[in-house]
Design a binder for this molecule. Structure first.
Ligand code: C6P
Length: 406
């Protein structure tokens, strides 16, 4: 079934506006997606009628907000098929989720001389926390190389795994290239080696079905704002057996059982990792986004976006002097490119003048840019509301860009 795009677009107020006197074409979905009315209204409803601190008050509003918040946890659990709902920790986003693991996992399980493996296509959020932790604990960071299509070298990966490898942290989908990594296989190989696995799912969840039990990963991280939900909220999924053993990340309210000046005992999961007043309104907004995606059906979304990707690649190939960065056979929703004779920033600026939003630059993945020896790329990234007609308009605009620089 193809979506009724016009009808769907009416659900997204931000899409129905003019930018630089042109109807907005929004192709920056990998940075953040636009929000449907159900998400905006859910947040409004919370602040209008349910706002209260949770897990603390005996009064009606507090109980109502607490129930809604805990129900959202179960919605996330079902969405990614976690075994228990206390394996779902609400965070500020993917970045915080990765930092939490880098901090707490290291403290408990990593010692001097141990090794952590990441890949050559990681976002800075899945590089820097490991670098900081490795430096602090005297561990070593190793990197799985990729080829010139943006495909990980699995043979090299197997060679990197040693008796010292404590954890492998890889992205499910590359934000700069669109590559879908074989994370199930990566996990299996790591587990056979006795190493834990963290998957950065920031770019995956809005494009494909994710089942954490099937993947068997130990940690999975994502952000609400990349799946049609609000900013400032995300999820760390962690297997119970790891989370139970890991020390808290931050101290404060809600994560304690008992505090005296001599000693504090910590609360159980998931509260041990949710210090302070949580972002209840945005958790509920994220839940509404997950319901929205589930209603549209993730396999339908994926099919629609894959058609757009194939069509977009076919059309853009018609352009002169274009070089695609990221041509893996398994990829989703991202077309990254450069014109050999035009700086990406210039292309992006002219597209913006024509009402077309793309991202240009290194996409917080500088090592990827170094690998491909480009200063940055122009990134067109699709969401569920994009259409072939918009790709045709992008083509017309890119032809104009080329004419201007001819
Ligand atoms: N990538 C992009 O334009 P946060 O900021 O915590 O929600 O997500 C960080 C992050 C982590 N991993 C991957 C693979 C990502 O793509 C991102 C965010 C955005 O590509 C903003 S830089």
């Amino acid at each position: 079934m193809a979506f009724n795009i016009e009808q769907l677009r009416r659900e997204f107020p931000a899409l129905n506006q003019q930018v630089n006197n042109r109807p907005l074409i929004y192709f920056d979905n990998a940075a953040t997606t636009q929000k449907p009315k159900v998400v905006i209204e859910r947040i409004l409803e919370y602040y209008a009628r349910e706002n209260s601190n949770i897990h603390r008050g005996a009064h009606y509003l507090s109980q109502k907000a607490t129930e809604a918040y805990e129900e959202a946890r179960s919605t996330v659990q079902l969405f990614i098929n976690a075994h228990f709902n206390h394996e779902i920790i609400f965070t500020r986003g993917t970045t915080e989720a990765i930092n939490l693991v880098a901090h707490s996992f290291f403290k408990k399980f990593v010692k001097k001389g141990d090794e952590i493996i990441i890949s050559a296509m990681e976002h800075h959020s899945n590089i820097v926390p490991w670098q900081i932790a490795c430096e602090e604990f005297g561990a070593k960071l190793k990197v799985i190389p990729m080829d010139d299509r943006g495909v990980l070298d699995m043979k090299a990966y197997q060679k990197l795994l040693t008796g010292k490898t404590r954890l492998v942290a890889v992205t499910h989908v590359s934000n700069a290239l669109g590559t879908i990594n074989p994370v199930k296989e990566i996990t299996k190989l790591a587990h056979d080696n006795g190493s834990a696995v963290l998957i950065d799912g920031a770019q995956a969840l809005s494009h494909m079905k994710v089942d954490v039990q099937d993947l068997d990963c130990d940690f999975y991280c994502f952000s609400g704002h990349k799946l049609y939900g609000p900013m400032g909220v995300g999820v760390l999924y962690g297997k119970e057996e790891w989370l139970n053993q890991m020390p808290p990340y931050q101290g404060g309210g809600e994560m304690i059982k008992e505090v005296t000046f001599e000693k504090t005992t910590f609360n159980e999961l998931p509260f041990k990792f949710e210090a302070g007043t949580p972002n209840v309104g945005d958790v509920l907004g994220m839940e509404a986004a997950i319901r929205f995606i589930s209603y549209l059906r993730i396999d339908e979304i994926a099919a629609h976006e894959n058609r757009l990707l194939a069509y977009g690649m076919k059309r853009l190939q018609e352009l002169d002097n274009i070089r695609f960065v990221g041509t893996a056979p398994e990829k989703t929703s991202v077309i990254s490119f450069v014109f050999n004779d035009i700086h990406p920033y210039d292309t992006g600026t002219i597209l913006d003048k024509m009402g077309i939003a793309v991202r240009t630059g290194h996409h917080c993945a500088q090592p990827v840019m170094d690998h491909f020896e480009v200063p940055g790329t122009v990134r067109v990234s699709f969401g569920v509301y994009n259409s072939r007609a918009e790709i045709d308009q992008l083509m017309e605009a890119l032809i104009k860009v080329r004419e201007m620089f001819a």
